[in-house]
Design a protein around this ligand. Structure first.
Ligand code: ADP
Ligand code: MG
Length: 338
């Protein structure tokens, strides 16, 4: 449904906001784009919307090569996608009903259809009762939902949401996440965030970008399985730090060891290993302590999770390009609205 081949976007010459991106998103998939602020998420979304032109590379959406899309057909192309940009705006002096109805009038929908579809879109986002409210009377989460309703009225099969949970409180985040989860049942959904834990469990594919480069594109399960982060064993003991050090030196496959001595007089050791079976380390620790007569007060295993993987990939300089500092005018490439 969406295919990017070697897509690079430079806002100014020689500085790429996105670099050599290759990815394929299938119909019906729920795709999560994650990356730090400034990594290129919004640029990617604006390229797919043809709000921006790539500097090089090809973007195909529903069989349509965007590079070959005629200028006069761009508005129709955009109407086929329900999008909420990160910096969406609601009309301040119009109520919620009008905010959505006006967007429909732009696409020349007959009034009788608007009258039916606006309440339908509002009830989808749970705001049917508030249709007379003005944006300033709504919470951040509710405003976000109005923007989602405005994107939904089109009945587009593809919905794109750029950082829909930024600036929301934890309860609002859960509400929006549940709504997006529901949309994912019936739509192709692309959802971006700088917080990995947001939807990692419910999405089909995760696109990780760091400094404009694709660092990973896979299912959450595969990412967790194939990408290594050292698993960790954490122990607490009343043995001295020196004793702990000596005991652990006798265990092989420890790649990293850090000891902490909190005020309580106990010692906590964090052990990392490159073994795929982290429990081998737990067994060895347990035996070493038992043999030495020292007491192990706590022994826990911390499994690698996607957050660790992402931090590791994002930090990996080999995976991300250094962006040179270039003075000068941004490259003219925005496509003006008709
Ligand atoms: P994200 O959405 O992941 O925070 P963006 O796609 O907004 O990242 O930005 C990626 C990079 O491109 C950043 O370094 C940002 O400063 C730069 N950038 C974004 N928009 C523009 C623009 N219109 N002109 C010049 N540089 C831009
Ligand atoms: Mg952004």
């Amino acid at each position: 449904m969406i295919e990017l081949t070697e897509v690079t976007k430079e806002y100014s010459k020689g500085v790429s906001a996105l670099h050599g991106i290759n990815l394929k998103i299938k119909q019906g998939e729920f795709v999560f784009i994650v990356g730090d602020s400034g990594s290129g998420k919004s640029t990617l979304i604006r390229l797919i919307m043809k709000e921006l032109e790539p500097t090089s590379g090809t973007i195909i959406v529903n069989g349509q090569n965007l590079g070959k899309l005629r200028h006069r057909k761009i508005p129709m192309y955009r109407r086929g996608i329900g999008v909420v940009f990160q910096d969406f705006r609601l009309l301040k002096d119009r109520n919620i009903y009008e905010n959505i109805a006006f967007a429909q009038r732009v696409v020349e929908t007959p009034t009788r259809i608007i009258k039916k579809k606006v309440p339908a879109a509002l009830s989808l986002v749970g705001l049917a009762q508030k249709y007379k409210s003005f944006p300033k009377e709504l919470s951040g989460g509710e405003q976000q939902r109005v923007a989602i309703a405005r994107a939904l009225y089109k009945n587009a099969s593809l919905i794109i949401l750029d950082e829909p949970t930024v600036g929301l409180d934890p309860i609002q985040i859960i509400e929006i996440r549940d709504l997006i989860k529901e949309l994912g049942q019936t739509h192709t959904v692309i959802f971006s965030s700088h917080i990995l834990s947001e939807v990692q469990t419910i999405c089909d594919q995760i696109i990780m970008i760091a400094k404009g480069k694709l660092v990973a594109f896979d299912t959450p399960e595969n990412l967790e399985q194939h990408l290594l982060t050292p698993n960790e064993v954490i122990l607490t003991t009343d043995a001295s730090a020196n004793e702990v050090q000596t005991l652990l030196e006798g265990i092989s496959n420890i790649t990293e060891l850090s000891l902490e001595e909190p005020d309580s007089g106990l010692v906590t050791a964090r052990i990392k290993t490159d073994l795929s079976d982290v429990y081998q380390i737990s067994r060895a620790v347990f035996s070493a302590f038992a043999a030495s007569g020292n007491t192990l007060l706590e022994l826990a295993v911390k499994k690698a999770n996607l957050e660790d993987i992402f931090l590791e990939l994002a930090d990996n300089d080999a995976a991300a390009p250094e962006l040179p500092v270039v003075e000068g005018e941004p490259v003219e490439s925005e496509v003006p609205e008709e």
